[in-house]
Design a protein around this ligand. Structure first.
Ligand code: ARG
Length: 585
C-alpha cells in the first residue's frame, strides 16, 4: 500500500536527518486533496515544526533531502506552508499493477496485528418479523465482517436473536387460544406476528388479558413443560424462516446464540456482581451505578428488577463474558441502531468496572425514511417487511432486464436477483451509516449514478473485453450466463503506463488497499462503496480514451492488464459489500 510505504520512508528520513520525533508520532500520509500537486500528501513537517518550534518549510526541506523514494515517486515537492506532496512514478504504478494482478488479495496487505473480533449484527426478535430497519444492521454487519476477514482479522459473527423477550407471554396466550395451524405451516413468522398483534390489541381493551399473558410468561420462565415446548417450536420455526432470508442475502453467521442461551448464567452473574460490590441493591432492584461519569451519574444500569426478573442488559453482560472468556474476543462490535446508544454505554462501562479488557464498539446507524421524509412504512402504516422489500426489488430489477436480448428466462431471473438484492444492499452501504436516508426504488435501481446496477454494469463491461478477446482467439463461443466461464486471462510480464487515463486508473486500482483498510478505522463501508464508484468512473474514462483490443504490443498488454485488474477489484470489492456480480447483463 503506497500510503504505508511513504509513511515508512518518512520515518527512515527522520532518522537519517537526525530529527528526533516523539515516540508516539507517526507521520500522517493521506491521499492528496488536490491532485494537481501530487497523489499523496503529508502535513508531518508542519506538525513536527510546531512541536519543535522551528520553521516548517525548512524542516520539510531537511526531510526531503534525507528522503529516499526514487523507486516510488517521480516527484516530491514542498508546497504551501510546509506540505509534502508525492507524485508516484509510472514505473512504480506499473510494478504494483503487475504484482497485484496475481495476488489473491489484489495488493491489499494484511493488518500487522490480527485481532479476534466478534461482530454482533442483525439480531431480530423472534415472533416479530425482521423489518426494513434490520436491513441496516444486517448489511453493515455482514460487510464489516467480510472486510475484517479480508484484511486478516479473526472474525466471529454471532446473531444475538431476541428469543426470550416479554413478547412471549402474548405469543403463548395467542398460541393457546387463536392458533391457525395451516397459517403457521405456510408462514410461521407471519402467523406468530398475527398472534402477537391480536393479543396485544386484546390486552389494551381488557387488562385481565394482560394478567393472563404475564402469567404465561412466568410459567415459561419457571420451566413449565407445555409453555417450554411451545416456545421451542416458535423459535425453531422462526429460525428456519430467518435462515432462508439470510441464504437469499448470502449472509452467514458462525453462531446463533440468542438471548435465551444465557438464561442460566444470569442469576449467578448478578450474585457475583453483588458480591464484588460492582452492583448494589437499590429500592429492591439490583443496579450498577456510574456515579463517577457525569453523563451516566443518574442512569444506573438495572440488572435485576424488584420482582426478580432479569433484563436485556443482564443478558448482554453474560454474553460479553462468553465472548471474552470462551471466544477470546479482543473486540466486540455491535451493529445496532442509534436509539440503543445509552444501553451500550451502560454495559460498556459495566464491563470496564469488571476489569474486562476488550474493545467494545457500538456501530450505530440512523433510520431509513420513506419518500415523504418520515419513517419508511407501508401505505397502511405498518413497518415494511424485509422479505417483501427483497421480493419487490428483485421484481423491479426484472423489469429493468426484461427486454434484454440473448438471455434465457432463467438467466434473466438470476440477473434480476443479483441486481435486485445488490441494489438494496448498495443503497444502504453507500450511505454514511449515521445519517437517515430516503428509500428510493428509482434511484437505487438506476443504471446511472452511484448505484449497484451502475457498478455491476461496469464489471460487465470489463468482462466483455475478455469475451471479445476469447472469441477473436478461439472458435468464438460467447456462452450463456449459466455456462459462461471467464476466458483464460492474459498473462503479461511487461507494462508501461503512458496515457493519463491509464495512469489515473492504475492509481485508483492501487488505492483499493487504502479504501479497504480505511473502512475499519470508523466502521464505515461507504468508504469502500465510494471508492468502487470512483474506480468505475476511472474505468469508463479510460475506456473512452484508450482503445484496448485495437492497440498493439506492450500498450495492448498494459491495457488488458488494467481491464483485468479493474474486473477483479470490482468483483472483489462488491463482494466485500456482500454484493454479487454477473458476467453479462
Ligand atoms: N434484538 C435487539 C433488537 O432487535 C438487538 C440485539 C443487539 N445485540 C445485543 N447484543 N444487544 O433491538
Amino acid at each position: 500500500m503506497f500510503r504505508s510505504l511513504l509513511t515508512q520512508r518518512l520515518q527512515t528520513a527522520f532518522d537519517k536527518a537526525g530529527i528526533t520525533v516523539p515516540d508516539d508520532f507517526t507521520p500522517a500520509v493521506v491521499l492528496a486533496s488536490d491532485t494537481r500537486y501530487g497523489d499523496y500528501q503529508s502535513n508531518a513537517p508542519m506538525v513536527l515544526a510546531k512541536q519543535m518550534r522551528t520553521n516548517p518549510r525548512a524542516l520539510a526541506q531537511q526531510i526531503v533531502d534525507a528522503l529516499d523514494v526514487t523507486d516510488l515517486c517521480e516527484k516530491t515537492s514542498i508546497d504551501g506552508p510546509g506540505f509534502l506532496n508525492f507524485t508516484l512514478s509510472p514505473a512504480a504504478l506499473a510494478s504494483h499493477l503487475l504484482k497485484s494482478v496475481t495476488d489473491p488479495h489484489l495488493g491489499v496487505p494484511p493488518v500487522p496485528t490480527p485481532r479476534t473480533i466478534v461482530i454482533d449484527f442483525s439480531a431480530p426478535n423472534i415472533a416479530k418479523p425482521p423489518h426494513v430497519g434490520h436491513i441496516r444492521s444486517t448489511f453493515i454487519g455482514d460487510s464489516l465482517a467480510r472486510i475484517a476477514r479480508f484484511v486478516g482479522h479473526k472474525v466471529i459473527t454471532d446473531n444475538h436473536i431476541g428469543d426470550w423477550g416479554t413478547q412471549f407471554g402474548m405469543i403463548l396466550h395467542g398460541w393457546k387460544t387463536l392458533l391457525d395451524t395451516a397459517a403457521l405451516d405456510a408462514n410461521p413468522i407471519a402467523e406468530l406476528l398475527r398472534l402477537y398483534k391480536t393479543i396485544n390489541a386484546q390486552t389494551k381493551a381488557d387488562p385481565a388479558v394482560l394478567d393472563t399473558c404475564r402469567h404465561e410468561l412466568v410459567k415459561l420462565q419457571q420451566g413449565d413443560p407445555e409453555n417450554k415446548e411451545i416456545w421451542t417450536r416458535c423459535v425453531a420455526l422462526s429460525l428456519d424462516q430467518l435462515r432462508t432470508i439470510y441464504a437469499k442475502l448470502d449472509t452467514h453467521f458462525d453462531h446463533y446464540l440468542g438471548e435465551s442461551a444465557y438464561n442460566d448464567k444470569l442469576a449467578p452473574l448478578v450474585d457475583d456482581l453483588l458480591a464484588q460490590g460492582i452492583a448494589e441493591i437499590s429500592d429492591g432492584a439490583v443496579c450498577i451505578f456510574f456515579l463517577d461519569l457525569e453523563a451516566l451519574a443518574d442512569k444506573p444500569c438495572i440488572i435485576r428488577k424488584t420482582d426478580g426478573g432479569f433484563l436485556y442488559a443482564t443478558t448482554d453482560l453474560a454474553t460479553i463474558d462468553h465472548r471474552i472468556n470462551v471466544w477470546k474476543a479482543d473486540e466486540i462490535w455491535y451493529v445496532v441502531g442509534a436509539p440503543q446508544e445509552l444501553h451500550f454505554r451502560q454495559i460498556f462501562e459495566a464491563t470496564r468496572k469488571r476489569g474486562q479488557h476488550a474493545n467494545l464498539v457500538h456501530i450505530a446507524f440512523g433510520s431509513i425514511l420513506g419518500q415523504d421524509g418520515k419513517m419508511f412504512r407501508t401505505r397502511t402504516g405498518e413497518s415494511v417487511g424485509l422479505i417483501e422489500v427483497l421480493d419487490e426489488s428483485i421484481e423491479r430489477a426484472a423489469t429493468v432486464v426484461a427486454d434484454r436480448e440473448g438471455f434465457t428466462a432463467e438467466e434473466k431471473a438470476t440477473i434480476a436477483e443479483v441486481i435486485g438484492i445488490g441494489a438494496i444492499k448498495y443503497a444502504e452501504l453507500s450511505q454514511n451509516r449515521l445519517t437517515d436516508y430516503k428509500f428510493s426504488w428509482d434511484k437505487m435501481l438506476s443504471l446511472q449514478g452511484n448505484t449497484a446496477p451502475y457498478l455491476i454494469n461496469a464489471y460487465v463491461r470489463t468482462r466483455s473485453i475478455f469475451r471479445k478477446l476469447a472469441s477473436a482467439t478461439d472458435s468464438g463461443a460467447t456462452g450463456s450466463v449459466a455456462s459462461y466461464t471467464p476466458p483464460t486471462e492474459v498473462t503479461i510480464t511487461e507494462v508501461t503506463i503512458t496515457d493519463p487515463a491509464e495512469r489515473a486508473l492504475a492509481l485508483k486500482l492501487a488505492q483499493f488497499a487504502e479504501a479497504t483498510h480505511d473502512v475499519l478505522i470508523d466502521h464505515r463501508p461507504n468508504t469502500l462503496a465510494n471508492y468502487l464508484y470512483e474506480l468505475a468512473n476511472a474505468y469508463h474514462s479510460f475506456y473512452e480514451a484508450c482503445p484496448v483490443l485495437r492497440s498493439e504490443g506492450t500498450m495492448r498488454d498494459t491495457r488488458l492488464l488494467l481491464c483485468q485488474t479493474t474486473s477483479q477489484v470490482l468483483r472483489t470489492g462488491l463482494n466485500l459489500l456482500g454484493i454479487q456480480t454477473t458476467d453479462r447483463m
